[in-house]
Ligand binder design. Sequence first.
Ligand code: IPE
Ligand code: IPE
Ligand code: MG
Length: 268
Amino acid sequence: MMEIKELEKLHPKGVDFSSNAVSEETLLSRIDKLQLPKHLAIIMDGNGRWATKRHLPRISGHREGIAAMREIVTLARQLGIRFLTLYAFSNENWHRPTAEVSKLMRLLGLYLKKELKTLMTDKVRLKAIGQIDRLPKSIAQLLLSVEEKTRQNKEMTLILALSYSGRAEIIDAVFNLCGDLQDQTISINDLSETVFSSYLHTAEIPDPDLMIRTSGEIRVSNFFLWQIAYTELYFTKTLWPDFRRKELLIALLDYQGRERRFGKVLQI
Ligand code: IPE
Ligand code: IPE
Ligand code: MG
């Protein structure tokens, strides 16, 4: 294993953290715990391709994807990330073959049942966002019960985006907002970005600081459209089932090397 000084010699302009030679411990030691994203959002993509490459059915990729998910949730919690959103199923994903959708729902149910104990030990609160009423009744009930049981957990909020669509979320917000205007619960003069945000599924959750998408696709696929106005984006070719601890640390180091300007001119 090469040490950081040797790597710096190889890459005079900076360390190539993506090198396989860098150990997890080295990566971890380089993370600035004070500069972590408060909210990390991930588009977990590439399960199908992971399986196809191995001549396995797509569901094997989803199963392995759950293993990656567990590893990433644990690391995020260990690091002290306060909000982690995982995009697990989009509204558009309903158009996939029924067999794949039902197997995915079964996996989700198994994950929720198995995970409750860990969520409680790690003090992680679970929150589901999206059109939850479109999910099979048993899954929706399971989600509700895990949300209820983990409600008091304060260390991290794990947000699962299920049957989620950014545009549908905005329309729902407009619909509810119009209702409140009609009922005079709020006045048109009160409308602001903050007020509008409070009508989204992510009310009370800060906008993501970093959004990661795996599998090499450079698009957002209807995820967090309003919320990503100033989010840092990170794309990697790694397929989701292969996105493990080191991959997340590399993404976080990349994020920590960026200059977030929010439209301002930096003070020298
Ligand atoms: C992501 O993997 C998981 C879901 C969208 C449910 P995919 O199933 O999209 O995998 P690819 O993109 O076909 O490889
Ligand atoms: C995005 O992945 C949705 C999730 C990861 C849940 P897709 O595989 O559905 O997106 P497209 O079809 O490549 O845009
Ligand atoms: Mg995909």
